[in-house]
Ligand binder design. Sequence first.
Ligand SMILES: NC(=O)c1ccc[n+]([C@@H]2O[C@H](COP(=O)([O-])OP(=O)(O)OC[C@H]3O[C@@H](n4cnc5c(N)ncnc54)[C@H](OP(=O)(O)O)[C@@H]3O)[C@@H](O)[C@H]2O)c1
Length: 279
Amino acid sequence: MTENTHEKSTTLVLGGTGKTGRRVVERLTARGLPVRVGSRSGEPPFDWEDQATWAAALRGVGSVYLVYYPDLAFPGAADSVRSFVSRAVGSGVRRLVLLSGRGEEEAQVSERTVRESGAEWTILRASWFCQNFSEDYLLEPVMGGEIAFPAGDVAEPFVDAEDIADVAVAALTEDGHAGELYELTGPRLLTFADAAAEISKATGREIGYLPVSPGEYAAGLVEHGVPAGYATQLAGLFTDVLDGRNAHLTDGVRRALGREPGDFTDYAREAAATGVWGG
Ligand SMILES: NC(=O)c1ccc[n+]([C@@H]2O[C@H](COP(=O)([O-])OP(=O)(O)OC[C@H]3O[C@@H](n4cnc5c(N)ncnc54)[C@H](OP(=O)(O)O)[C@@H]3O)[C@@H](O)[C@H]2O)c1
């Protein structure tokens, strides 16, 4: 793929402090490309809940890494994305790279919005991120030694956020990715018990996996202060995407980058070495 040297205008990275966005920002910055973090802590701030913040965040922007928060499958997401995409294209954005989720029917409404936007588009439809265990809601359970989660014994091809960021940067900066839907998975199917065993091996600590029902999971979140409505939506989303529909591998990383995706074992070893899981 050739680098697109015409794209020197600013890239807005929504979710630019999060698991994938932070890595996209690092890569673009390392290449000396103009980049703006689009999040509530960005400068200027960008807030999905406050459309008055969008115009300043979009000023001078030619391309966007479009990450919705909390999830494209949540109520209101499709309307917000539609409004944002319309504003973005109206203000001169010519390239959109959307982070979407595998097996989420609701997310496909926003995928359609991006496809029909008139801008060049690339869709990254990702499986479960490895980094959920080290940078998100599964960190605390790992630290506590037991991952209680409503995933039964389903197998998931966990994908490394480093690979997602590499694909996003390729799509943002190179020619040849416009009009592509990349379904991004890791190279191997693992159950949540397998993932816990991998983390045990990497940390030298015993981390267990306890399958729970969606109701038990939601109740546990509420005990930890998560609002009941949000907890129910989250448990429902996990129930949907972890029902086996995504238990197969895809070649999205190879198609986009010409190399194989990173394996969970390497992710776990590298995450353990950062000290994120203690020790
Ligand atoms: N986790 C998975 O396994 C998985 C799998 C497939 C797809 N996805 C998709 O990935 C997306 C999340 O991406 P991520 O995991 O890279 O991010 P993340 O780690 O969840 O980080 C969230 C980001 O969003 C920002 N943010 C939070 N509330 C916001 C608001 N109201 N307005 C604007 N920005 C806000 C945060 O920054 P501030 O705090 O500074 O605002 C942060 O940069 C979701 O759309 C999800 O559907 C996730």
